[in-house]
Ligand binder design. Structure first.
Ligand SMILES: *[C@@H]1O[C@H](CO)[C@@H](O)[C@H](O)[C@H]1NC(C)=O
Ligand SMILES: *[C@@H]1O[C@H](CO)[C@@H](O)[C@H](O)[C@H]1NC(C)=O
Length: 473
């Protein structure tokens, strides 16, 4: 009884949390490693800004008496971070560990004792065996972008060694004592704050995530995260909306994203999975906006073609047209009758569209006489590819089928028009569509991100892009 109820409860959970992402992005250990390299350069630069305050005071030294001392102008000359790791912490974020780091400093010393004796010189300091450990929490901010913060930072200084230039040897013992203490205090106080600054600077990069990317005059695509990032042993995964919207009008399509999961591949730094939902939300937006319609006129048919858009050509298949509208040019209006449907099957992206084709005769005074309306069912195969940071495509005709919807010129065998419409699709409609598709649709990106070693696979219900990234500038 009890396990049964428990199962029923578990089965209900996905229903109550049903904002499935349309796009998933996975950052692998390889991507994290690249991030570590960039991050260490920033941390190194930042640690060079550590300020060590001047120290001065008076100290009693046996046999010499009261010594006034000051240590000034302490400057960092080098910071070495030879060993660091960035590890995934499932459920939380990542942990950054820096070991065996060192910091070299240079400064000036000055003493005055026995009332009249003054002495000064310089010194070199080396702090070694420095460890810095911090957790970096990854969450989602109110705009749906990832946001990171440094938490539980701990730092420890191993040893401090000092080399004096000039001065008597007893000075060494005098200074050693409080330099060591003051330095540890100064470093331990500042390092974690500086590391937190570097981590929080990362948010400036993350803020550049194009949560709303402009596509064209009709559409935007939204890449805001639908939930907090999930961190597992092997990757960080972000679930994004991945939905096209009509610019300015947020109307939800009559379908929602199905759950999908990315394969466990980790060869690339980044994997982006774009679901059929994303592609279908585009089809919904363009169809709803009336953008999927096209007037076809004779000048769009290649010169050499024997098939022309006039009543003579059509008259050879439908004699009534030649009889009733002799010597006129024609025009076709092709438009989608419902939302085209995009299907992703392994190695096969297909778009099925149901269109209507209205044929008109054009009178010399430009008045149009409708001749017939056809239903056109088409299926095209799409080749999908990445171009820069955009996803582009090119389609080719799979098959088409014509049926008669309405005729204004009496009965005629629709099959007779197959070859004309095959040609119209192949030489007019598809090339125009391909010009649009070649422009591409923005992928989720950060700042000046470049994609390299990019591969794309069409899988069941989604397209998987595996890529490495480079940040330039
Ligand atoms: C792709 O799938 C469609 C239907 O889903 C099918 O008609 C077509 O033949 C397939 N193409 C290939 C190359 O397998
Ligand atoms: C245009 O020409 C057609 C055919 O000659 C005629 O039926 C129609 O009335 C004309 N329309 C106008 C606005 O003149």
């Amino acid at each position: 009884m009890f396990p049964c109820c428990w199962l029923a409860l578990v089965a209900l959970i996905p229903v109550t949390l049903s904002t499935n992402p349309g796009v998933k992005v996975k950052l692998t250990a390889k991507g994290l490693e690249y991030g570590r390299q960039l991050g260490m350069a920033s941390i190194q630069k930042k640690l060079k800004t550590i300020k060590v305050p001047d120290m001065s005071g008076t100290q009693k030294v046996p046999t010499i008496g009261k010594v006034r001392y000051s240590l000034t102008n302490l400057k960092i000359v080098d910071v070495g971070l030879p060993k660091s790791t960035l590890d995934l912490v499932p459920g939380t974020g990542v942990r950054l560990s820096i070991d065996n780091a060192f910091i070299s400093l240079h400064g000036n010393w000055r003493v005055k004792y026995l009332r009249i004796i003054k002495d000064s010189g310089s010194f070199d300091l080396k702090v070694s065996g420095l460890t810095i450990t911090t957790s970096i929490a990854i969450k989602s901010d109110e705009t749906g972008r990832p946001v990171v913060s440094s938490v539980n930072c701990v730092t420890a200084v191993g040893s401090v060694s000092i080399k004096f230039h000039g001065g008597a040897s007893w000075l060494y013992n005098l200074f050693k004592k409080f330099i060591d203490k003051a330095l540890r205090k100064a470093l331990e106080k500042q390092i974690c704050n500086l590391v937190a600054d570097v981590v929080s600077d990362l948010n400036l990069q993350l803020k550049t995530l194009n949560v709303v990317a402009k596509v064209d005059q009709y559409a935007d695509i939204e890449y805001s995260m639908v939930s907090a990032p999930t961190v597992s042993k092997a990757s960080i995964e972000l679930g994004m909306k991945g939905e096209f919207y009509n610019t300015g009008k947020h109307r939800e399509p009559p379908f929602s994203p199905a759950a999908f999961s990315l394969p466990p591949e980790t060869n690339n730094m980044l994997y982006i999975g774009l679901s059929a939902f994303t592609a279908n939300s585009a089809a919904f937006v363009y169809n709803t906006a009336g953008a999927l319609s096209l007037y076809i006129t004779d000048d769009m048919i290649p010169q050499g073609s024997p098939i022309r858009l006039n009543t003579r050509t059509f008259g050879t298949f439908i004699p009534q047209i030649a009889k009733r509208f002799p010597g006129l040019m024609m025009k076709l209006l092709v438009r989608t009758a419902k939302n085209p449907v995009v299907t992703f099957e392994p190695n096969n992206a297909t778009v099925d569209a149901t269109c209507t084709v209205t044929a008109y005769a054009i009178h010399p005074n430009a008045t149009l006489s409708p001749l017939f309306v056809l239903n056109l069912e088409t299926s095209v195969s799409a080749r999908v590819f990445v171009s820069g940071t955009r996803l582009a495509g090119a389609v080719s005709l799979n098959k088409m089928a014509l049926t008669l919807e309405t005729s204004y010129v009496g009965e005629f065998p629709v099959r007779a028009l197959d070859s004309i419409f095959q040609l119209v699709l192949k030489v007019v409609v598809i090339p125009i569509l391909n010009v649009q598709l070649a422009k591409g649709y923005p992928l989720p990106t950060l700042g000046k991100m470049k994609l390299v070693n990019t591969q794309l696979q069409v899988l069941k219900d989604y397209v998987l892009i595996g890529t490495d990234v480079q940040f330039t500038g």
